[in-house]
Design a protein around this ligand. Structure first.
Ligand SMILES: *[C@@H]1O[C@H](CO)[C@@H](O)[C@H](O)[C@H]1NC(C)=O
Ligand SMILES: *[C@@H]1O[C@H](CO)[C@@H](O)[C@H](O)[C@H]1NC(C)=O
Ligand SMILES: *[C@@H]1O[C@H](CO)[C@@H](O)[C@H](O)[C@H]1NC(C)=O
Ligand SMILES: *[C@@H]1O[C@H](CO)[C@@H](O)[C@H](O)[C@H]1NC(C)=O
Ligand SMILES: *[C@@H]1O[C@H](CO)[C@@H](O)[C@H](O)[C@H]1NC(C)=O
Length: 439
């Protein structure tokens, strides 16, 4: 072998080594987010098993486990988790189950059984469904493009064949067959992928609207976050503490004490409409000893849900502020409480030019601003409604910030520092969550 061949050899080996290393330790990971315009659910696609098969699954920001209908899923790399494994113990509710259901008839009594919950159907999928693990293939990213796919070898999930009877619920959007959780739980997508690839324990969401032309993003492992054509927004995020609700009021944890919530709460201090303070009992905005109250973020609520007194006060002040902008009110269309003639509303870079809603966070100058594109919903031709709904007088959580209000913002959940980073409305940057991408 000549020296130059030798060098080439070393070089290609180094390149191979570098590339395989790059594949092992990606800079970050990316998954697409799409929205179904009928159900208003956000979903992503996961690629699992050997051979890889894909499934669209609804995104639940507060959810714990990946579960899907595995009818026809026949993966040679799938295996069941034992009852005594650490992954089984990381699943919050588990039991030792008899059979490695749904796969074979081996009933040796020490498989891990979990209780996957479907919040859309307000019910458990099934009790003691076996927890298994398999390869998950996910695209790496540099914050701009979809790059090489990498494999997490032991991704935990549970599944059930619909051949055993229908369970998965018609509540899921057509074309999807399960759910994926992004909560603080150790079994959630973000924790699993961050630890599989030793990435910083953070993820970001950019929720697209339903008429959007391209998908939004789930980024795992941190920025940069290129919102083209504008650029990287990771350096201009404002931050607010993520609050740990000390009580887990989820149906999966009923009766258990000393278990905190896995959902993401933030500290909204007050609400303003066109800079005027909306008046209601502000103690509703804090979380009490029973875990009641406060503000959380949700991808399953299509519109923000407010405790009745907050809802009524907001609608009243919004209607008043709209009237002073000469916006004409029209008959309300359920479930909304205030609708307006869009002929009397100008348009702006941030959607319909309606009163701006400010959620004041930890300090007097820290706001999450909700402009017309996020506050208003077009219910019929020429009618725009204030897109907030009444959550009744005794909800568990006083303010549930829903999807419509979070679209086209970049939201970064940093679990290591327990902070939520948020961009301004991307519309102000002349881009959206369905921004250009390089492939
Ligand atoms: C599953 O795959 C194995 C080979 O990997 C094959 O022998 C078996 O017939 C398949 N089962 C089904 C139900 O497709
Ligand atoms: C779990 O149980 C299996 C079979 O019962 C056993 O072989 C294994 O050593 C146990 N593992 C731990 C971590 O206890
Ligand atoms: C959205 O969900 C509806 C209702 O489940 C379904 O009929 C429709 O096909 C879905 N749309 C897309 C684009 O998947
Ligand atoms: C949704 O986003 C697209 C850009 O992707 C924009 O053109 C459209 O107006 C938006 N629709 C609504 C209802 O905000
Ligand atoms: C966005 O576009 C508007 C008008 O189309 C322009 O005035 C503004 O400077 C642009 N903003 C950015 C951040 O590019």
């Amino acid at each position: 072998m000549s020296t130059s061949q030798h060098l080439l050899h070393i070089f290609s080996f180094a390149l191979f080594f570098f590339m395989s290393r790059a594949a092992e330790k990606p800079h970050g990971l990316i998954l697409p987010i799409r929205k179904n315009s009928t159900t208003l659910q956000y979903y992503t696609e996961v690629d699992m098993g050997t051979p890889l098969s894909n499934a669209n699954v609804v995104i639940d920001l507060g959810g714990e486990l990946l579960w899907f209908d595995c009818d026809g899923y026949n993966s040679s790399s799938y295996h069941l988790l034992r009852c005594n494994s650490s992954k089984c113990k990381a699943a919050t509710t588990y039991e030792c189950t008899d059979c490695n259901y749904p796969y074979s008839s081996d009933c040796s009594k020490n498989f891990c059984g979990v209780y996957p919950y479907n919040p859309l159907g307000n019910g458990f999928i099934e009790a003691g469904l076996a927890l298994g693990e398999d390869i998950m293939s996910v695209s790496s990213t540099d914050g701009i493009s979809y790059l090489l796919s990498v494999e997490a070898r032991h991704f935990p999930f549970t599944c059930r064949s619909t051949r055993l009877g229908s369970i998965l619920g018609s509540e899921l959007s057509g074309g999807t067959k399960g759910m994926i959780g992004l909560s603080r739980a150790r079994s959630a997508l973000s924790s699993q992928l961050a630890s599989a690839f030793k990435l910083p324990h953070k993820f970001a969401l950019c929720l697209p609207n339903s008429s959007a032309t391209g998908p939004g993003d789930i980024f795992i492992g941190g920025g940069p976050y290129y919102m083209l054509p504008y650029g990287d927004v990771s350096k201009e995020l404002m931050t607010t503490p993520l609050i740990l609700n000390p009580v887990n009021n989820s149906p999966t944890r009923v009766g258990e004490s000393n278990v905190h919530s896995d959902e993401y709460f933030i500290g909204v201090k007050s609400i303003h409409v066109d800079r005027k303070h909306v008046s209601f009992k502000e103690s509703l905005l804090s979380i009490n000893k029973k875990g009641i109250g406060g503000t959380k973020l949700s991808t399953l609520a299509p519109y923000t849900i407010l405790q009745t007194s907050i809802y009524k006060a907001l609608v009243k002040d919004f209607v008043k502020a709209a009237a002073s902008r000469k916006i004409k009110r029209v008959t309300s269309v359920a479930p909304f409480g205030a609708c307006f003639s869009s002929k009397t509303i100008a348009s702006s870079q941030t959607g319909p030019a309606v009163p701006v809603i400010h959620l004041q966070l930890q300090s007097k100058s820290m706001y999450f601003r909700i402009y017309g594109a996020n506050s208003m919903v077009e219910v019929e031709k020429d009618v725009l409604c204030l897109g907030f709904v009444d959550g009744g007088s005794n909800p568990t959580t006083s303010v549930v910030l829903g999807g419509h209000q979070l679209e086209n913002y970049l939201l970064e959940f940093d679990l290591a520092s327990s902070k939520l980073g948020f961009s301004t409305s991307l519309l102000l940057r002349n881009t959206t969550c369905s921004h250009y991408r390089l492939f």
